[in-house]
Write a protein that binds this ligand. Sequence first.
Ligand SMILES: C[S@@+](CC[C@H](N)C(=O)[O-])C[C@H]1O[C@@H](n2cnc3c(N)ncnc32)[C@H](O)[C@@H]1O
Length: 298
Amino acid sequence: MERALYGPAGFYRRELPGDHFATSAQTPAFAEAVARLADETHERLGRPEAFAVVDVGAGGGDLLAHLAGLLDERFRLVAVELRPRPEDLPERIEWRRDPPQEVEGLLIACELLDNVPCDVAVVDHDGALRYEEVDIEGATRLGDRLEAADEAWLAEWWPIAEPGERAEIGRPREAVWRNLANRLVRGSALAVDYGHVKTNRPEGGTMTGFKDGRCTDPVPDGTCDLTAHVAVDAIGSDCLERQREALLELGVRATRPPLEQAYKDPLAYATALANAGAAARLTDESGLGAHWWLRTDR
Ligand SMILES: C[S@@+](CC[C@H](N)C(=O)[O-])C[C@H]1O[C@@H](n2cnc3c(N)ncnc32)[C@H](O)[C@@H]1O
């Protein structure tokens, strides 16, 4: 998974996320809500001079590009991304490969954790937990017995026991998030992602491929995205809620403008209608609205 996504011929070395799938962070209405959250956090910290909005796994930089039009120069805008800097990005956005050692401000990671490589565990015919191995064409077979730490993680967070049952081991995602959240000196760290909780783990796991807007088999040959939903309750955040609730709290509303406006001011009407459509997609309970917001405040 690591090589297929981030190795020399890896998917993310070549491909722009936005060319293959739509995420919340690509939407201007989402950036407006994040700008509000950044402003609230800035206020909570007493409006410090060095306040940064750090987007980890920034993809094509869409979120920060939108934020550049919403937040004034008091807000430092920083992208952390393995991909090269897009040419048309506003100059004030910093672009770096590694996260800053210390962050005062808002650190955000949208759909990063589901792309953090993880192992898949399978219960074999004797009831033992084994790693699932996969070749470059996607064929799978049973591998070694699980290491003790991975067994312990499954026992605590995603118990499986019946032969053939599968689960994704979330430890690498926790490690990535701990590493990022530990850099927060003051402010908030927010991860936004697909996920599940212990009372509702998906049977068989969620490892999926994605390419050109469609689900594919998760073949680790670098031609498709590989993603597995996040065991969000295991990550360890102060606040865990669905995107729908979080965005409603931040004032996102999918209210259609009154029809009369279409006659009085057609342009304003069209804009308001487009905004309502975007808000509806972001808060849709069976779509992006079901994503999880994992937040830690300091
Ligand atoms: C699914 S895309 C999400 C892009 C964007 N945040 C969005 O929501 O549209 C995940 C991005 O994370 C980047 N990424 C993965 N691991 C990373 C790491 N350790 N440091 C920086 N970027 C990383 C990938 O290159 C990819 O662009």
